[in-house]
Design a protein around this ligand. Structure first.
Ligand code: 2AM
Ligand code: CA
Ligand code: CA
Ligand code: CA
Length: 266
């Protein structure tokens, strides 16, 4: 498959960082791990992968700004372009030897998401999308699932963790969704959750309390696979709100409604 020069740069960077993560995943017991907050771990593997992505992307596109999980904001000379990067999405899985984790890279041009790469090195699954150009896994074109009844659907979610709050809301949301769907899943990497929605593996996904780097690439993937995304209020401020509800046109709307159903309406 012919990829644009831009996607090539992103894929090369993701593969190189992926090789670093794979090496560290093989020796996970030897990694230095520190805690950023309650239950919020970061390891040498996160930092090494981020260093590789920062070096590769800066070299290929000098001057672009960055928003990265571990470095935070890095200003650039170019005020049109910004990389939004999570070097390891699913650190908790990674540190427990669970092979569900990913690298997530998105590019914004004038505030609009234009390119996305999500890579799971453990499964060698590479997701790519470019605005207007469709979404792919490896070389296969992706399309969101076509189910139209919530009762037939498998829905992904994120569970709030220690120190993050919002547990009460989540339990209400989960109760609502459980009552209406065929199954609920929790992968532990929001980037992969969205990639799975794009691939039609899961019919929908919702999560709150997220950061821009968790979801930027996944949002473009879902849209380019023909899916729909909104924040928890039904608006389009997912990156600012740190929340997302995703699915095909019908399921996205039905899932948002189910998630938000007040307890008294049950
Ligand atoms: P991270 O692994 O990059 O930190 C889980 O659905 C999402 O929440 C992931 O994108 C994960 O990203 C993020 N997250 C942030 N802090 C977390 C924590 N303490 N435990 C689990 N997931 C966390
Ligand atoms: Ca983290
Ligand atoms: Ca993350
Ligand atoms: Ca991370």
């Amino acid at each position: 498959m012919a990829r644009s020069a831009l996607l090539n740069v992103m894929v090369q960077a993701a593969m190189k960082a992926g090789r670093s993560l794979s090496r560290d995943f093989g020796e996970v017991q030897n990694l230095q791990v520190s805690m950023k907050g309650p239950g919020d771990y970061v390891s040498q593997a996160d930092r090494k992968a981020e260093d590789i992505l920062f070096a590769e992307l800066s070299k290929a596109r000098p001057g672009y700004a960055f928003l990265m999980e571990e470095r935070g904001v890095v200003e650039g000379d170019d005020d049109q372009h910004r990389w939004i990067v999570d070097p390891l999405d699913g650190t908790t899985n990674f540190l427990h030897g669970i092979p569900i984790f990913s690298i997530s890279i998105a590019l914004e041009r004038q505030g609009q998401l234009v390119a996305a790469v999500i890579y799971n090195p453990a499964m060698d699954e590479l997701y790519t999308a470019e605005r207007g150009g469709g979404a792919f896994m490896n070389d296969r074109r992706l399309r969101v699932a076509g189910r139209s009844k919530l009762t037939d659907c498998v829905i992904g979610c994120g569970v709030p963790h220690l120190g993050r709050g919002q547990h009460g809301n989540f339990l209400v949301e989960l109760r609502n969704v459980m009552a209406e769907v065929s199954g609920v899943r929790r992968l532990g990497s929001a980037a992969l959750d969205l990639a799975y929605v794009a691939a039609g593996r899961m019919d929908g996904f919702w999560e709150t309390g997220l950061s821009a780097w968790d979801i930027a690439a996944g949002l473009l993937l879902v849209r380019e696979a023909g899916g729909f995304v909104s924040d928890m209020d039904g608006g389009q401020d997912m990156l600012e709100a740190g929340s997302v509800v995703a699915g095909n046109e019908v399921i996205q709307r039905a899932l948002l409604k189910a998630v938000k159903k007040p307890l008294s309406a049950r």
